[in-house]
Design a protein around this ligand. Structure first.
Ligand SMILES: Cc1ncc(COP(=O)(O)O)c(C=O)c1O
Length: 397
């Protein structure tokens, strides 16, 4: 008799975005013709850059010719792309072997799948509020979770867990709070992991949004991190690949756990990927190579700057009204303290009703998100400006 994985019953209902959809639908039905301004989702909106498009077309062209056609590639990814990423790290002072870099179809699947190479009894530390994938994937895997709080008092940067944890997820720049860890704060996690023989999973999906040069763009900027950290990253928010799908995961050869020999974690992930993943799209990988070219990087920086300008518009527009806003300086998310002691959902309804603007209630990211609200800088500038203007003119504080 087939039985389901009952851990699925332990998941909290993935309720936020469907509830947002429902409330917006009800509002639109009651107010036909009213334009709804969306600052809710973290989805890219601007077109791919010309160099990247050329790269993707090159991939298609290769497939159209019998002499250059390729079918399945290496599960670990195209060697040229792995080398190009190793060069990117090298320019940032980090030496990695191409074999330490695994190309993926995006950061989300790797964030969810990484759990499978660790023991079921592992205790997993995640932030509260949190990018929900870290929580749900580990609940499905039957692992125990401990939460490390991100509050206004600690500038939304958690400290290493007080209790024992075997796996620690860190997201910097952070979704949803827009906070970014300093090298000192990250070092505290690396020290904790080395001392407690824990492994850190560092999600750097937004590192290209960092403009403050003192902030780390990779956990491997911290001495000792190669012995205790896996890094997951993505082309999604950097190059507009949310729909193209491409990312990578670094598993250093130096990363070992007690009972495993040198390079064991790297071999385990290699085994996992070669067994359960059939490689990223060859077309997407040509696109990734184009992103990493000098011209591609310059163009993608402009794309990131475009969204960061949106972040500035939101942050300064709301600050001027006297609202308390965090994040948005080195991250495309603005974390707003809900005014007048309203709950996150009460503020959602008020913002929709009065300003016709949609955001994401902070409580959807965890208990400590209650009383906060996430606004996303992903959108066309005109729409962002319209939304901010509408909030300034119509929101009654
Ligand atoms: C923190 C974080 N990690 C990973 C992802 C997903 O990245 P990808 O599109 O590469 O799967 C997101 C997407 O919103 C994210 O916010």
């Amino acid at each position: 008799m087939a039985k389901i994985n009952t851990n699925y019953n332990k998941l909290s209902p993935s309720y936020v975005f469907s509830e947002i959809g429902k409330r917006v639908k009800v509002f639109s039905e009651k107010n036909p013709g009213v334009e709804i301004l969306k600052l809710g989702v973290g989805n890219t909106t601007e077109a791919l850059t010309s160099t990247v498009v050329k790269g993707l077309l090159e991939g298609v062209k290769k497939l159209s010719n019998i002499k250059t056609y390729t079918g399945y590639g290496d599960e670990q990814g195209d060697t040229r792309l792995r080398k190009a990423l190793a060069e990117l790290y090298q320019k940032r002072g980090i030496s990695l072997l191409p074999e330490e870099i695994f190309i993926s179809d995006g950061a989300k699947p790797d964030c969810a799948n990484i759990s499978s190479i660790f023991d079921e009894s592992s205790i997993v530390a995640v932030a509260d509020p949190v990018y929900p994938v870290y929580v749900d994937s580990n609940v499905i895997a039957g692992k125990k979770l401990v939460y490390i709080e991100c509050t206004e008092e600690n500038n939304f940067i958690p400290s290493p867990p007080k209790e024992k944890a075997d796996l620690i997820f860190i997201c910097s720049p952070n979704n949803p709070t827009g906070s970014v860890v300093t090298k000192k704060q990250l070092k505290a996690f690396v020290d904790y992991a080395l001392k407690n023989k824990a492994v850190i999973v560092f999600d750097g999906a937004y590192v290209e949004y960092i403009t403050d040069k003192s902030l780390p763009k990779s956990i491997y900027e911290i001495p000792g991190a190669k012995k205790c950290a896996i890094e997951i990253n993505s082309f999604s928010k950097w190059a507009g690949f949310t729909g193209v799908r491409l990312g990578w995961t670094v598993v250093p050869m130096d990363l070992t756990v007690e009972e495993a020999g040198r390079g064991k974690i790297n071999s385990l992930w290699n085994r996992r990927q070669t067994t359960m993943f059939n490689g990223a799209s060859n077309i997407a990988q040509e696109g990734g190579l184009a992103v990493l070219s000098d011209k591609g990087q310059k163009e993608c920086k402009k794309l990131v700057d475009y969204y960061m300008n949106n972040a500035k518009i939101i942050k300064s527009g709301l600050s001027k009204m006297g609202l308390k806003v965090f994040g948005g300086d080195n991250a495309p998310y603005i974390w707003l303290k809900v005014p007048n002691n309203l709950s996150s959902w009460e503020f959602f309804d008020k913002l929709l009703k009065e300003a016709h603007v949609v955001g994401t209630p902070g409580s959807g990211f965890g208990g400590k998100g209650e009383g906060y609200f996430r606004l996303s800088a992903f959108g066309h500038k005109e729409n962002i400006e319209k939304a901010v203007k509408s909030i300034q003119e119509n929101l009654k504080l």
